[in-house]
Design a protein around this ligand. Structure first.
Ligand SMILES: [Zn+2]
Length: 196
C-alpha cells in the first residue's frame, strides 16, 4: 500500500472522525474522534489492516458507545499461571464468547473496508487470519464451546467470520460508517456548544 492509497484512505475520514498512527487507544481528542491505529506508517500494509479493524469497531458498536474511549470495550486478557496437577494454568472468565464473537464480526466488516480500498480477496483473508491468531489473548477464547485446541478454535472463528460476511455487504458497511460519522459529528458539536 503506497502513500497514494493512504490519501484515498483519507477520503473515509472527516474533520471530526480522524486517526493517528501509533496511538493505541480510540478516544475523543479536542473535539475529534481519533481512531487508534496501532501500526506505523513505515509499514503501511499492516498499519492499514489495524486501522480498518478500528474503523470496523466503529461500524459495529452500538450508537451509545460510539464516542466512549475504546468504544467502551474492556476485554480481559487471558491470565496464564504455571500449570499444576489440578489446573491447566489458564483462567477464562466470564464464561461467554461475546468478546470473540464481536471480534469475528469486526473482522468481516474490516475485510469489506479493505476490499473497498482495493485489497485483493487474498490480502483480505491474510489480514483476517492475522487477526484471528491475535484473538488468543482474549480471555473468552477458552470459552469457545467444546473445542480442545487453538486450531479448532480458529476454525470456529472462521465460520463466524464467514457468516458475518454474508450479513455485511460493502454497501451496508459504507452506509453504517457514514451514519456513524454523522452521529459522532453531531454529538461532538453538541458537546462543544455546551462548553461555550
Ligand atoms: Zn478488535
Amino acid at each position: 500500500m503506497d502513500s497514494a492509497s493512504i490519501r484515498i484512505w483519507k477520503e473515509w475520514f472527516t474533520r471530526r472522525v480522524d486517526f493517528a498512527w501509533g496511538i493505541d487507544k480510540t478516544r475523543v481528542v479536542e473535539g475529534r474522534l481519533m481512531l487508534g491505529a496501532w501500526g506505523h506508517d513505515d509499514n503501511p500494509a499492516s498499519a492499514i489492516g489495524f486501522l480498518a479493524h478500528e474503523m470496523a469497531h466503529l461500524v459495529e458498536i452500538d450508537d451509545r458507545r460510539a464516542t466512549v474511549d475504546n468504544f467502551g470495550l474492556r476485554y480481559k486478557r487471558v491470565m496464564r499461571l504455571p500449570p499444576t496437577r489440578y489446573s491447566t494454568g489458564i483462567y477464562a472468565d466470564p464464561m461467554t464468547t461475546q468478546g470473540v464473537e464481536r471480534e469475528c464480526r469486526v473482522i468481516a466488516i474490516s475485510m469489506r473496508i479493505l476490499g473497498a480500498i482495493g485489497w485483493s480477496e487474498h490480502a483480505q483473508h491474510e489480514d483476517s487470519e492475522r487477526t484471528i491468531h491475535a484473538l488468543r489473548i482474549l480471555m473468552d477464547w477458552y470459552n469457545i464451546p467444546s473445542r480442545r485446541n487453538d486450531e479448532a478454535r480458529r476454525e470456529w472463528c472462521r465460520k463466524k467470520v464467514a457468516r458475518a460476511l454474508q450479513q455485511w455487504s460493502v454497501e451496508r458497511v459504507r452506509a453504517e460508517w457514514w451514519r456513524k460519522v454523522v452521529l459522532v459529528t453531531k454529538r461532538l458539536e453538541r458537546a462543544e456548544r455546551r462548553v461555550r
